[in-house]
Design a protein around this ligand. Structure first.
Ligand code: MG
Length: 159
């Protein structure tokens, strides 16, 4: 048995006229995130972390933002491809730890639902997923409420 670690990072800027999705959950807010897909930074960083652990490249190689089939796609649909990729590599997730960096909106009321959603899509237990939110104390693009960033670390086991 072998263990592998992966890290993922993503950020998107706020724009008017789009819904906000984080961790697969729609969150009521005045802005959404600008992206080819729904802009779910947590799921994008999560996919990159898993692809990194498997040494399979990055999200842009699997789901190019030039491909019309991914226009405005829910990131949960992209994440649905991950369990098959893991099993092809005889890999399974041990645990996921993540940070969402955002000044607003407050997301603590939605974290349980994010864990539910992500655990169902990835076919793992909720207890294997940690999601934390941090502000940036007013500094930089996060602090100025220009957008949201996320970092995810995943540990996998190769059977
Ligand atoms: Mg992204």
């Amino acid at each position: 048995m072998e263990t592998k670690i992966g890290i993922g990072y993503d950020s998107h800027k706020f724009v008017e006229g789009r819904k906000l999705f984080l961790g697969g959950v729609e969150i009521p807010y005045a802005f959404g995130l600008f992206a080819h897909s729904d802009g779910d930074v947590l799921i994008h960083a999560l996919i990159d972390a898993i692809l990194g652990a498997l040494n399979l490249g990055d999200i842009g190689m699997f789901f190019p933002d030039t491909d019309p089939q991914y226009k405005d796609i829910r990131s949960t649909i992209l994440l649905q491809k991950i369990p098959d990729l893991l099993s092809e590599k005889n890999a399974e997730i041990i645990n996921i730890d993540s940070v969402l960096m955002l000044e607003a909106p407050k997301i603590s009321p939605y974290i349980a639902e994010m864990k539910d959603t992500l655990s169902q899509v990835l076919k793992i237990q909720k207890a294997q997923i940690s999601i934390k939110a941090k502000t940036n104390e007013g500094m930089g693009f996060v602090g100025k409420k220009e957008g949201i960033a996320s970092i995810v670390v995943v540990l996998i086991r190769i059977k």
